[in-house]
Design a protein around this ligand. Sequence first.
Ligand code: AMX
Length: 435
Amino acid sequence: MALKEAVRRKLDEFRPRTTRLAKEYGKVKIDEVTIEQCIGGARDIRCLVTDISYLDPQEGIRFRGKTIPETFAALPKAPGSEYPTVESFWYFLLTGEVPTQAQVDEVLVDWKKRQEVPGYVFDIIRAMPRDSHPMTMLSTGIGAMQRESKFAAYYTSGSFNKLGAWEYVYEDACDIVARIPVLAAFIYNLKYRDDAPLAIDPALDMGANFARMIGQGDEYMDVARMYFILHSDHESGNVSAHATHLVHSALSDPYLSYAAGLNGLAGPLHGRANQEVLDWTLKFQKKYCSNEEPTRELITKALWDTLNSGQVIPGYGHAVLRKTDPRYTSQREFCQKHLPGDPLFKLVSMIFEVAPGVLAEHGKTKNPWPNVDAQSGVIQWHYGVKEWDFYTVLFGVGRALGCMANLTWDRGLGYAIERPKSVTTSMLEKWAAEG
Ligand code: AMX
């Protein structure tokens, strides 16, 4: 497989850099830690390494050094589409190289071989109450599939070797990214389409096949491709990426690790915010606009009502970003092109005009601008995926790409078990008194 060989080559090039940094420059200081950071969620402390993506507070995300528009422009496109295939993006994330069409085709064929989800996983999810949250089902499905882990089997084989371990992580990573769309589509069909059978089309790329599997038409294929790519990676410190990395650092296999990442993604301050955005927007329509068109004044009132009741405005703010999220902008441009007259898009655009001013006046958030989640639900809603508790599952399918690329590199570079040091409140008080 050319992709695996390309990863091997890249890792071989990279390893001496990591080793040299740790050995020769290990004591060079790159940050300091304050009490505020200790209490405040380790915000901004530079203590993680990843080369898969980098998040600049002003500019937003770069995947392997490329902005979102540069990434979309550079990668080979799906036939007849303006968006790259998820397969080409996977090659790019893992290696940092733009693949040729032949390399993409090879990934496509490989994923088809890997994508079969064992029947017992479906049985386990079927046995769950039908009103279980779809993220619980997804995380259960990934956790249950751990039985298939090639890394876990290698670890217990008796021939475990630190240097070769990445190859088994790579195998699991490829299996997971190939299987998770099938698992997600199964959950969607089980919950919302009367357990409709999965219509897997072996000729289609991942995004197109996902559209087919959940009963969507051709126009949804680019939505899926764009969505999965945009949600893939946001450097290493966010809850889902960090949880995945942390759990794997104990040599838990990629299934156990990504189940942990998904459980973090399910939180309302993280991935579930996209569900909350739709919920907020539809409740706003119902409460304030049953007899009248939405106006800036009505939106302002609704935003203040939310803030005054002690809740956050979902889809706004970010722990790192200090400008509008380019993932928001990319989806907004998609909406302007494909659904400019959609009433929900118009309403979300009006919220975009008002919310940053309200949040700035409220004065708490460091970033009053929208994040990825403020826009994504509108697109899904427009194309008929109206079950908004499913939106975080879509996020989880995309995020698997970033998390699995990162785990492959974590193991390839032999990163250590993660174990930051904790202190007590009395210690903090003593240091505070000492200045
Ligand atoms: N609405 C109201 N208040 C907000 C806010 C928002 N959208 N964003 C931040 N604040 C508040 C915080 O709750 C905090 O209040 P506190 O001092 O009373 O605790 C204060 O502003 C300072 O927070 P911050 O430093 O600006 O943000 P943070 O790094 O602590 O949190 C985030 C970041 C994303 C959790 C926060 O902005 C938020 O809750 N946003 C709404 C939920 C959301 O959209 N999450 C999705 C983020 C993207 C993603 O992961 N998918």
